[in-house]
Ligand binder design. Structure first.
Ligand code: ADP
Length: 422
């Protein structure tokens, strides 16, 4: 006789139910990790139950006699399994994010209501269809076909024109996947309002500041000797405010930009300029060296790259004591080329490194202010590098010095001079 299937579903089901409950709460609090874990658990249970259904069918078809007691127990268990499955499915189907369960062949096995709205999936039409084929032609389809290693942000929702999605693919079980898609249109709108606000405020402040600065420049300290120190301070502060406004406007522009003009940026000339600027700022207080062996020009925005590369040099000068040295390098790497600035300055404790490129983030506010910083320099550097598909790498040891390195890919390199071979 065939024995009733052992309740292998019981523990995963209980675990999934607990995780799902946690995830639903967590979802409300905007958590992601627990929700993902719970959904994977749900998916596991759904598959387990689907597998045990086969065993149940076999048992139902068994010809050997089953005692009434065994039959009753078996029916009770079957009802419980069915009810657990219903609960889990209905909970998952009510999630605000789209959830799609994919098998080994990337075929759709199950999806919730949000997936119908956001991804345009339809039941029963799309069951068993390969998701990337259903989504083609779209960025989402391309991403799925390329292996979907990193989450995809800001893509148009196929089922809801005007909405944007954040999509991730979680592997589980035996090469199955769970696709999660979240509607981020509301977040994007808030982000846009923030950007517009900053840009508008900066723009509005620009004119009055220019006027104030202009009048301050007109006053000769010799005419008001008693106020000379005050006048100096007012000029320095109005200049600083002007610089902050300019940097905020630059950031606003960079944030709204999605690509850059592909112009040749002659590196020999740019490196010479950056070095001259460093020497002017240092006023002979540091030893500044330049080593250029990359033999490559860059492809991108000359103005923005100049701003980013000189920002790093200006920081090196401002955060290195008199007598220190600064090395500017432009070298080849297996992946492309790297522009780096090393200094023997104050250095940065490791706990600050991850946050350095945030707006107004400073390790020491007084040191930054005293050296004329706005707190926006590295933020601008990061945005400019992003637009050039380059990465910023920071290494620093407090009391020893820092190295800020910009890694450019081969696609951004040009042979110096005329020909455009990469
Ligand atoms: P700031 O205008 O304040 O220099 P940045 O965005 O350029 O703003 O830099 C952020 C912070 O990173 C600085 O305030 C400083 O604390 C730290 N920093 C940047 N470059 C260096 C460096 N070369 N050495 C030490 N600290 C640095």
């Amino acid at each position: 006789m065939v024995h009733p299937a052992t309740p292998a579903w019981k523990w995963p089901a209980a675990l999934a139910a607990a995780l799902l409950a946690g995830a639903l709460l967590d979802w409300l609090a905007d958590g992601r990790v627990a929700a993902g874990v719970a959904l994977v658990a749900v998916a596991e249970v759904v598959l387990l139950l689907t597998r045990s259904r086969h065993q149940i069918r076999t048992m139902m078809a068994a010809t050997s006699p089953v005692s009434p007691l065994q039959h009753d127990r078996f029916m009770t268990r079957t009802r419980r399994i069915a009810s657990s499955l219903r609960d889990l499915r209905s909970a998952a189907s009510q999630l605000p994010d789209a959830v799609v369960l994919l098998d080994q062949q990337q075929q759709i096995r199950w999806f919730n209501h949000a997936a119908e709205n956001l991804l345009g999936l339809r039941r029963p039409r799309d069951r068993g269809v390969r998701l990337h084929e259903r989504m083609a032609p779209s960025d989402l389809a391309g991403w799925l076909q390329d292996g979907a290693r990193e989450p995809l942000n800001d893509i148009a929702a196929p089922g809801q024109p005007g909405s944007q999605l954040h999509v991730s693919l979680l592997p589980f079980g035996r090469r199955q996947h769970l696709l999660l898609a979240r509607d981020i249109s509301h977040l994007n709108r808030l982000e846009q309002i923030r950007r517009d606000f900053v840009a508008n405020v900066s723009h509005e402040l620009r004119t009055p500041l220019t006027v104030i600065h202009g009048y301050l420049e007109l006053i000769d300290p010799a005419d008001v000797p008693g106020l000379a120190p005050v006048l100096d301070e007012m000029r320095a502060q109005s200049k600083r405010m002007g610089q902050i406004v300019e940097d905020l406007l630059t950031l606003s522009r960079l944030e709204t930009q999605h690509d850059v003009a592909d112009e040749r940026v002659p590196m020999a000339a740019l490196l010479a300029t950056v070095r001259k600027e460093a020497e002017a700022l240092s006023q002979g207080r540091h030893t500044i060296t330049l080593e250029s062996t990359a033999e490559a020009d860059l492809l991108g925005s000359p103005k923005d790259l100049h701003s980013a590369l000189s920002n790093l040099v200006s920081n090196a000068v401002r955060y290195t004591s008199t007598g220190g040295s600064i090395a500017i390098r432009w070298q080849r790497t297996p992946q492309g080329a790297v522009y780096s600035v090393s200094d023997t300055g104050f250095g940065i404790p490791a706990t600050h490194l991850a946050r350095l490129t945030e707006r107004f983030y400073r390790v020491s506010s007084s040191r930054s202010r005293d050296s004329g910083g706005t707190g926006l320099g590295l933020s601008i550097v990061k945005h400019v590098l992003n637009l050039h598909q380059a990465q910023l790498q920071i290494q620093s040891t407090p009391g020893v010095g820092s190295t800020f390195a910009c890694h450019f890919g081969k696609a951004r390199l040009l042979a110096p001079g005329g020909s455009d071979d990469h």
